[in-house]
Design a protein around this ligand. Structure first.
Ligand SMILES: Cc1cc2nc3c(=O)[nH]c(=O)nc-3n(C[C@H](O)[C@H](O)[C@H](O)COP(=O)(O)OP(=O)(O)OC[C@H]3O[C@@H](n4cnc5c(N)ncnc54)[C@H](O)[C@@H]3O)c2cc1C
Length: 508
């Protein structure tokens, strides 16, 4: 036992379980308040899903590769960490969607694929005249349609207000690409927060989407973020240029590197390869047991994926047992670095999202990373391209393997090829089909497969209420917070905004 590693129990000490982005942010908040903090991370690497890997000599993101600019949260964090000058917009050309009847440019003005205007020429091309007509009915429907019920799925809301074609041809490919899930399984309030309130306020779904897109730039200059920082200004500029996401020159993993440097400088103890095995309430705080030792601290933050978080806490808080979330879908990413000057023209813009019914393609999305990010094209050099294909889509809650611990990454995919070789072959075939350029094994300079088992939190119907229940059970104690994408909503923007708030509640 080594209770000293986390300090003497009391409010001046904290243990954070999980070294993903949420755990690192929680540690930073504690350290800024003068709390002696120890972070326990099960794996070798820090940052969780904001990881990196080397392929053909390039250091690439192995998970998250951009952040939403709907708020200034990530841009401001980057600025605080000295990365304001590294915030970059993706190529404005935008992405494509692969539909059963062929590829189309994806409209650029939507939220989750839901269009702000059914008559926008790109939307009209994707939906056809009848599809756009049906979508425009949304404007005359009562604002209560789809907003009255306690919880609604993405598909129920979109189908009822804008019709089947918007759902199948625009929303399902985007939701599949971002959340690896079917829109009928996802709680709209988790994956598009504020959208239903926007319908009540602005009268229609299209108007709510337009307001969210417009509002982002205003929010960034307004009171929600520390207005005037270099990050805010950068992100506001990107918003004005119509970009819903941004990245960092060098990749999103550079944010983790900067965060780690900041934590080290603040004296935070960072312990990799140290999985927490159990958590117990003590008279004056919390005791966390690992394989080798125990850590005692007055304050505890659990920053691991949902099922694992509930698993760790339910011995101390048995009421949590009934609120265990569904595990996220397993996702495999295949990265191909290819020498193919035919791709210099970026035939499908920044990449392709695949509608679930599209025949002959197993991938759910392809990112043409060197077309999306100018800095990466420069690093890769002439004629060399980075393609990232993702596999694994969960059709319904419960259809996936839970990720109990990071060591278990590599779990099977119900709907996708399994072995690395199978994934590689599928990626070559899918890249050829999606880019309309033959991509053969001979063109590949290097490739890699990264598996994220259960890493995308599954925001199934009613998840928002589950989050509220979990948080109220944990808050009752006053010394415990639970953070991470499964609670704040998937994605860096939501986590970066939420985590400091949760930690501040524990501070005097
Ligand atoms: C392939 C992929 C692509 C993505 N792309 C984007 C994107 O472009 N933009 C975006 O905004 N978001 C993206 N996301 C989502 C985003 O990366 C996640 O929402 C976010 O990184 C989750 O952070 P987290 O801290 O909640 O959890 P995680 O990153 O899952 O971190 C949890 C950490 O806890 C550790 N852990 C688990 N159990 C224990 C234990 N018992 N003891 C100690 N440590 C433990 C894990 O090893 C892990 O490091 C992507 C996600 C994936 C998987």
């Amino acid at each position: 036992m080594d209770a000293g590693a986390a300090g003497t129990p009391g409010e001046g000490t904290a243990v954070v379980i999980g070294g993903g982005i949420s755990g690192l942010l929680a540690a930073r908040e504690f350290a800024r308040a003068g709390v002696r903090t120890t972070v326990l991370e099960a794996g070798e690497a820090w940052g969780g899903c904001v990881g990196s890997h080397a392929v053909a000599g390039l250091t690439l993101d192995s998970g998250a590769e951009s952040f939403a600019t709907r708020t200034a949260a990530v841009a401001d964090l980057a600025a605080e960490l000295g990365l304001a000058g590294e915030i970059v917009a993706p190529n404005p050309g935008g992405a494509w969607v692969q539909l059963p009847d062929g590829p189309r440019e994806l409209p650029k003005t939507g939220v989750l694929g839901i269009p702000a205007s059914p008559w926008d020429p790109e939307v009209r091309r994707s939906l056809g005249l009848l599809g756009s007509l049906r979508a425009s009915v949304d404007a005359v429907l009562p604002a209560s349609l789809g907003t009255a019920a306690g919880a609604t799925s993405v598909s129920a809301l979109v189908r009822r207000r804008m019709g089947r074609r918007v759902l199948d041809r625009l929303v399902a490919p985007v939701v599949g690409g971002v959340h690896s899930a079917d829109p009928s399984a996802l709680d709209v309030d988790m994956v598009a927060p504020g959208l239903r309130a926007g319908i009540r306020q602005h009268g229609s779904l299209a108007a709510a989407v337009a307001a969210q897109r417009r509002g982002a730039a205003t929010a960034m200059a307004g009171p929600s973020g520390p207005a005037g920082t270099a990050g805010t200004a950068q992100a506001a500029g990107l918003q004005k240029a119509g970009s819903a996401v941004a990245g960092l020159r060098g990749g999103m993993h550079t944010l983790v590197a900067a965060l780690l440097a900041d934590l080290r400088q603040r004296g935070v103890t960072l312990l990799p390869r140290t999985p927490a095995r159990s958590v117990r309430r003590t008279a004056d705080g919390w005791r966390v047991a690992t394989d080798q030792t125990t850590f005692d601290a007055g304050l505890l933050v659990v920053a691991v994926e949902g099922p694992a978080a509930v698993g760790l806490l339910e011995e101390s808080l048995p009421e949590l047992a009934g609120h265990r979330p569904d595990a996220g879908p397993d996702v495999s990413l295949v990265t191909l670095v290819v020498d193919l000057p035919a791709l210099d023209a970026a035939p499908r813009g920044t990449g392709v999202l695949v509608a679930p019914q599209s025949p002959g393609v197993q991938a759910k999305a392809l990112t043409h990373a060197t077309a999306k990010w100018a800095w990466l094209a420069e690093q890769a050099g002439p004629g060399r391209h980075v393609l990232r294909l993702s596999y694994g889509r969960s059709a319904a809650p419960g259809a996936v393997t839970p990720r109990a611990m990071p060591e278990s990454r590599g779990g099977g995919l119900a709907t996708a090829p399994r072995s690395d070789d199978e994934l590689f072959r599928a990626a070559l075939a899918d890249a050829s089909a999606l880019l309309a350029v033959p991509v053969g094994a001979g063109d590949v300079a290097d490739w890699d497969v990264v598996r994220w088992a259960g890493a995308l939190p599954f925001a199934s119907l009613g998840h928002r209420q589950r989050v509220a229940a979990v948080r109220s059970i944990c808050a009752a104690d006053g010394t415990l917070a639970v953070v991470g994408g499964w609670l704040s909503g998937n994605g860096l923007a939501a986590i970066v905004a939420d985590t400091p708030q949760q930690v501040r509640r524990l501070l005097p």
